[in-house]
Design a protein. Structure first.
Length: 283
């Protein structure tokens, strides 16, 4: 099973399955991927009804939009009912598993999926609590189904007792730790939404900081943000040229190291990132 998403997203639109007016707009928006949320945005009394809405929401989307569905936590009373519904969806690029704190959380998710389908459904782990960052390497290595991480800055800020801010020092540290683990294991890493109500250039600057840190994509919650983030996370010509050189250097070899034109040496961990850059550049 490949340890990468079938699509390399730049922007990932997050929306509750219940928000019909937003889904009507998503269908024709400039969005690479969408997270269909069944967790925090759906109150307990509505969980069953929300599951019934998922297939219809997805069916209306442009076929070029990747579909990620966020289940409830494996420790919640709703996860067992989520998995059969999600796994049976005709369109599904990944299951987003919230509140992952240890490798066992992903193994529980994997076992639940394998009990209902033989499809090789990838997982995206949401990192949003302190224990997750103490167990990052084990989480990243838990299962080949794991395709990537994303961040939950609201829950993380609350758990840390720090400002609700992407740039609060503990949150920046956590984001950097997620990047390190993702790059070590060849995973996609998607930054969470902007964690405070920035506007105008300040908001754009927050998107640029996420890009500069090295994130592959960013979660957005408005269509204006989607357009900006898509542009900001599109690879530059220099990045695309370097990615082509890395892919070419490893072509036909299983070696751990390769030499680029000019003599620089790169290790094979660069290859997964280079391929994702080329996928984005080609879209």
């Amino acid at each position: 099973m490949p340890r990468s998403l079938p699509l390399a997203p730049r922007n990932v639109f997050f929306c509750s399955v219940e928000k019909g007016e937003s889904w009507a707009q998503v269908a024709g928006a400039r969005i690479d991927a969408v997270i269909v949320d069944l967790e925090d945005e759906v109150v307990p009394d509505n969980k069953a009804a929300a599951r019934d809405m998922v297939a219809g929401r997805i069916a209306a989307l442009d076929p070029g939009i990747a579909v990620f569905v966020r289940s409830n936590s494996v420790r919640s009373p709703w996860f067992g009912a989520d998995v059969p519904v999600i796994a049976a969806l005709p369109r599904l690029d990944a299951i987003v598993v919230p509140k992952v704190e240890c490798a066992d959380d992903l193994l529980i998710a994997e076992a639940a999926i394998e009990a209902v389908t033989e499809r090789p459904v990838p997982l995206i782990a949401v990192l949003e609590s302190p224990p997750a960052f103490l167990h990052l390497d084990a989480i990243a290595a838990a299962t080949p189904r794991l395709a990537g991480f994303t961040m939950g800055p609201f829950d993380l800020s609350r758990a840390l007792g720090c400002a609700r801010d992407d740039d609060a020092p503990p949150v920046v540290t956590a984001r950097a730790m997620a990047l390190m683990a993702a790059r070590t294991h060849g995973l996609v890493v998607i930054d969470g939404p902007v964690a405070r109500p920035l506007q105008g250039e300040e908001r754009t600057a927050a998107f640029r900081r996420a890009r500069a840190m090295g994130f592959d994509a960013k979660i957005v919650t408005t269509f204006d943000d989607a357009d900006q983030v898509r542009a900001i996370f599109t690879p530059t010509e220099d990045e695309t040229a370097l990615a082509r050189a890395i892919v070419a250097a490893f072509d036909g070899t299983a070696d751990d190291l390769a030499t680029l034109p000019g003599g620089a040496t790169v290790d094979r961990r660069n290859l997964a990132l280079a391929r994702r850059i080329l996928t984005k550049a080609a879209r």
